[in-house]
Design a protein around this ligand. Structure first.
Ligand code: AMP
Length: 408
């Protein structure tokens, strides 16, 4: 299948060629004709599948078929959970709309709203937004959503996970009832299905698994180590392996900061990326990582979600995620686009339950070993077992709790 069989105009095909794509990805092949047909879709797709172009291209096609009349109004709203993802989508929209008369802008919190307000007032066809800033500016009557024809809810599972359900419902109430809805989610929990049922109109199901991100294709390893020795072990692995680009996941924002500082002290250029960082700091960290001036990016799950960092050779779980699905998202960042990748997890005794949950979900046994000088002290195993026995419960076993607001 080639792009020119999908029903896209010459102007968009030209932009695709300029971008260097030769064939559509599976999600693009499936989603583009359905969206052009003005149908709602419920798409199961993660980052790395080409989903952004999968919805952006047909939206540009539909909007440019009926150009704006006198004044531009927001005809398509793309909602995303994070600022980084919003900025990335905007970049994609810019690239694909090079040869069509469509204007877009992006709004998110954490930065001065005035430039955003100015652009909105000048009129745009497509608005990419995170929920908080959107509601804020709508409340200030800076923008109107009454002419929206196409709504995209990107990474819907993360939006719920980040506690945006109420905001989403409020935003849905601001839109015209007659519109096209496109929902993208990497996972389909009961809550996502419930949300989908509440506003999608006979959606076409579109599924795509990311290329090269299936767990079997990634070289995974577990190193057993005590929590207290993890920092020195990771420093050794990075230095001795001469790793030049590594993404490290921690469970908490403080953990990310702490590790980043220690790596910097050891002479490894590092940056942390998480929800407490200012937008400027996050953008700087990400561009430094992409251009090679930063070798290590330490991130929490939500901050890393949706980041377009191609071809990562190394992904490290400094701590295992307590949600087993997050393990798949994390390691899916390595070995993309045919390159081989390595995913290493540093696992202490108190994380063994998480490891078992991950192995159960991914239906595999991850090879586990120790590194000389870093083998865990067996006394800690006894202590971990005792602590577990004393509290009478195992660590949270990774079921998502949608009622709690997770902030990373
Ligand atoms: P996404 O899943 O939208 O974040 O896209 C993942 C990566 O794949 C991005 O770097 C895109 O630029 C790239 N990409 C999207 N569509 C194609 C395509 N048809 N051919 C090659 N690369 C693509």
């Amino acid at each position: 299948m080639s792009f020119n069989q999908l029903g896209l105009s010459e102007a968009l095909l030209k932009a695709i060629t300029k971008k260097g794509y030769s064939t559509p990805s599976p999600i693009q092949e499936k989603a583009i004709p359905v969206i052009l047909d003005r149908k709602d879709i419920l798409a199961s797709a993660q980052t790395g599948t080409g989903k952004t172009a999968g919805f952006t291209l047909p939206i540009l096609e539909l909007l440019s078929e009926r150009p704006a009349t006198k004044r531009r109004v927001i005809r398509s709203l793309i909602l995303t959970p994070t600022r980084e993802l919003a900025a990335q989508i905007k970049q994609n929209v810019d690239e694909y709309s090079h040869f069509v008369d469509i204007k877009s802008t992006v709004i998110f919190g954490g930065v001065n709203a005035n430039p955003q307000i100015k652009t909105l007032r000048s009129g745009v066809d497509i608005l990419i937004a995170t929920p908080g800033r959107l509601l804020d500016l709508h409340g200030q009557r800076v923008l109107s959503l009454s002419e929206v024809e196409i709504l995209v809810l990107d990474e819907a599972d993360r939006m719920l996970d980040m506690g945006f359900l109420r905001d989403i419902r409020r935003i849905l109430d601001l839109l015209p009832t007659k519109r096209q809805n496109l929902l993208f989610s990497a996972t389909f929990s009961k809550e996502i299905k419930h949300l989908a049922n509440s506003f999608l109109d006979r959606p076409v199901l579109v599924e795509a698994t990311p290329e090269n991100t299936t767990v079997e294709k990634i070289d995974q390893r577990v190193y057993r180590v005590d929590q207290s020795k993890k920092t020195s072990l990771i420093t050794k692995l990075i230095s001795e392996g001469e790793w030049s680009q590594v993404l490290i996941f921690t469970r908490t924002k403080h953990g990310a900061n702490r590790l980043c500082q220690k790596l910097e002290k050891a002479g490894i250029n590092s940056a942390a990326i998480h929800g407490n960082k200012t937008q400027g700091a996050r953008t700087k960290a990400l561009s430094g990582f992409k251009n090679g001036s930063v070798s290590v990016l330490v991130a929490t799950d939500i901050a890393a979600r949706g980041l377009d960092i191609p071809l990562l050779p190394h992904v490290v779980n400094f701590e295992l995620p307590n949600i087993p699905e997050d393990y798949i998202h994390r390691i899916g960042r390595t070995g993309r686009a045919g390159a081989s990748g390595e995913a290493i997890s540093l696992v202490s005794f108190d994380e063994m339950t998480y490891l078992k949950d991950i192995e159960k979900l991914t239906k595999q046994n991850i090879p586990s070993s120790t590194i000389e000088g870093y083998a865990p002290d067996p006394a800690n195993e006894v202590a971990a077992a005792l602590a577990q026995k004393k509290t009478g419960k195992k660590p949270p076993n990774g079921r998502r709790n949608f009622s709690s607001k997770r902030r990373y």
